[in-house]
Design a binder for this molecule. Sequence first.
Ligand code: SAM
Length: 248
Amino acid sequence: RGTVVLAATPIGNVGDASSRLVALLEQADIVAAEDTRRLYDLARRLGVHVNGRVVAYHDHNERGKADGLLDEVETGACVLVVSDAGMPTINDPGLAIVRRAIERGLPVTCAPGPSAVLDALALSGLPTDRFCYEGFLPRKHADRVQRLRSLQSERRTIVFYETPHRIADSMDDLLSAFGPDRRMALARELTKDYEEIRRGGIGEIRQGVIDDPPRGEIVLVIAGASEDEAREMAPASLSVEDLAVLAI
Ligand code: SAM
């Protein structure tokens, strides 16, 4: 039997490609890539020849493609799964094949590497011992407000992915949900020439976004609520006595 290998690819700096990624690109029987053109571009920049078959494996076809790829694993193939940047499955394709591999009892492993979540978290200067990853905020204002409300009493550091055209609206909603003084970091263009980390209160960072709109790829890292904030924001909890009354 072969194996499925999820491999992280650079999020900007091609020098972050691991030697294991290079070897896998050369040796895998099949490379399932989110965007085949971007895969060949990465291979060219790494000076690697992709010897295996390259197939498109993206959000729209991953469920349909997973079983066919796993049939090949069953007959001995090494299937390498890569996304456009960073770790597959983290707001990128990959989950469908991992799930099906587990269900079918087929081996799946990972060649880890860059991911914007951990890069931004580590550079934020905010607590890293407990954090939650929230991916992209919803596009619709009402849904975004609701999501942020549900996070108001979150004690862990919170990480969001963001895009330049939605950052201004998101900053307004973050300000309403968490107030101007909550600490945060805005990390952009990580590992690239124009890498920049802005750190400060939400009010200050929001003003900076208005004065000097950040371009490129963005991660937002928000400090968790303090004990007092969490208590204030949390819906009043019921006492044992209240619960006993409700149970009657
Ligand atoms: N799988 C990727 C990972 O592991 O980080 C994430 C893919 S997701 C489709 C793309 C988002 O990741 C971007 O919109 C941005 O929020 C974040 N991102 C990716 N590369 C980044 C970089 N170099 N600097 C800052 N954020 C980045």
